[in-house]
Design a protein around this ligand. Structure first.
Ligand code: SF4
Length: 196
């Protein structure tokens, strides 16, 4: 969710200098790229940063990707909800779920939707009355605007409904099929019926 402490930033800068990495890039997928790093140094770099090398490139990962969340309240004056807290809850509950394809999640604090939840597999945005949940959006080669599944949701109701939507996805999607393609294939009524 783009959260990093000053200590972590300093550590990253130290390691980058040590291994002669000239440019760091924070990606839209919430990854940190070390551009120009010597591939032979990567295990050492990751060891010094306290992480491990990913088993596959980020764009190829099957499963839930890092949750994107805007600043939300109290950091943005437009915010109607605590996006970082909600993002954390979703990540904690669903990050290890075995799903058929990529699942991208975006949590925005208001209807401006800075995290573009309408074109993510799962999108959330907050209003005064609660959260709105969108499912089946996609911004890739075959773009699709997701369907609003429910609104005026409490935090607890969001977690329950996200679980039901992901359950439907697991039960019905072909291997590698994105949520948007699934909903386009079976129709949103099939989803709404299943999660009632
Ligand atoms: S979506 Fe709303 S709350 Fe979030 S950063 Fe954008 S304007 Fe602020």
């Amino acid at each position: 969710m783009g959260i990093v402490s000053p200590d972590q930033l300093e550590k990253m800068a130290q390691v980058a200098r040590k291994y002669k990495v000239e440019t760091l890039k924070i990606t839209t997928g919430q990854h940190l790229k070390m551009l120009g790093a010597n591939p032979d140094d990567l295990p050492l770099i990751m060891e010094e940063l306290g992480g491990s090398l990913p088993s596959a490139p980020a764009h190829a990962k099957i499963g839930m990707h890092n949750v994107q969340a805007c600043a939300g309240s109290p950091l943005c004056s437009f915010a109607k909800g605590d996006t970082l807290e909600m993002g954390k809850k979703i990540q904690n509950v669903f990050a290890d779920l075995a799903v058929p394809g990529k699942v991208k999640v975006a949590v925005s604090g208001c209807a401006f939707n800075c995290c573009e939840g309408y074109v993510r597999d799962l999108g959330l945005f907050a209003k005064k009355s609660g959260w709105t949940l969108i499912f089946g959006g996609n911004a890739a080669g075959r773009p699709r605007i997701g369907d609003v599944i429910a609104d005026k949701l409490s935090d607890e109701a969001v977690i329950e409904l996200v679980g039901k939507c992901l359950g439907y996805y697991c039960d019905n999607a072909k291997k590698g099929e994105r949520s948007g393609h699934l909903v386009a294939r079976l129709g949103v009524d099939s989803l709404l019926q299943a999660i009632k």
